[in-house]
Write a protein that binds this ligand. Structure first.
Ligand code: PGA
Length: 264
């Protein structure tokens, strides 16, 4: 079943780059990578760069995502941007990133945002992960289970199958301290187990699970081989074209190997 899951690399640009810088970054990335039907590659710029990038990028090489959406489609929510406003530009929406959870975003709000993305035809990338204290207290499994169950609660099994889950331990984000392959493998196993328990094995084996937290090119080769891992959510390294392209190329090589192996 794993060979049917398309691998995925998403760059989270966070609150960086003006439109000129964003344009030159995608141009640079596009020069370095080739189109591959076997791997989805997406970047998530600021909302203001979306339309411009959408016009300019090569859709066979790069897709777009957003870093957040609001949970209703329109209304009196000053300063917010809804999924229905960005749906014409993007394929993915990162939801429940730990940097947003730290600003007060609750599981309930996250569940509604996941649902808003889905009903607007955007693939939600639901971020889950424990902080350092939770890991030290042996609570990783429970935290990930609870965030996952709560975040997906408004979706049907069919919709869950189309969702992307990003396992992002908070202590590994922007710190240079990448989780060990064993830790990633364990977390992915428990994510699929939670989904299987709630929605069945077929859904659990269809959902794509990526890892995020200090991913750099140097580690991509080793990590993409972690059992049942489908790709990466890349923060800092996604702003460096050579580094990001190298991660993409590593995943593309691995993606084609797996599919070729499955045919024999
Ligand atoms: P990082 O960020 O790669 O800079 O650690 C990952 C993320 O925040 O998604």
């Amino acid at each position: 079943m794993s060979s049917a899951r398309k691998k995925l690399v998403i760059g989270n640009w966070k609150m960086n780059l003006d439109n000129g810088e964003a344009l030159s970054l995608i141009a640079h990335i596009e020069k370095l990578i080739s189109a591959s039907a076997k791997v989805d590659v997406a970047v998530c710029p600021s909302f203001v760069a979306l339309e411009l990038l959408h016009e300019k990028l090569e859709p066979l090489k790069l897709k777009l995502g957003v870093q957040n959406v609001h949970y209703v489609d329109h209304g009196p929510f000053t300063g917010e941007v809804s999924a229905s406003m960005v749906r014409e530009f993007v394929d993915f929406a990162i939801i429940g990133h730990s940097e947003r959870r730290a600003m007060g975003e609750t599981n309930d709000v996250i569940a509604r945002k996941v649902s808003a993305a889905m009903r607007n035809g955007i693939t939600p990338v639901l971020c889950v992960g424990e902080n350092l204290f939770e890991r030290q207290d042996g609570e990783t499994g429970q935290v990930v289970h609870d965030q996952l169950a709560a975040g997906l609660v408004m979706l049907t099994g069919k919709e869950v199958a189309k969702t992307v889950i990003a396992y992002e331990p908070v202590w590994a984000i922007g710190t240079g301290e990448i989780a060990q392959p064993e830790q990633v493998k364990e977390a992915i196993g428990s994510i699929r187990k939670t989904i299987a328990h709630q929605y069945g094995e077929t859904v659990a084996s269809a959902v794509r699970v990526v890892y995020g937290g200090s991913v750099v090119a140097e580690f991509a080769e080793e990590y993409i081989k972690v059992k049942n891992l489908d790709g990466f959510l890349v923060g800092g390294a996604s702003l460096k074209p050579v580094e990001f392209a190298s991660i993409v190329k590593t995943v593309q090589r691995q993606g084609s190997k797996k599919i070729a192996a499955a045919k024999n």
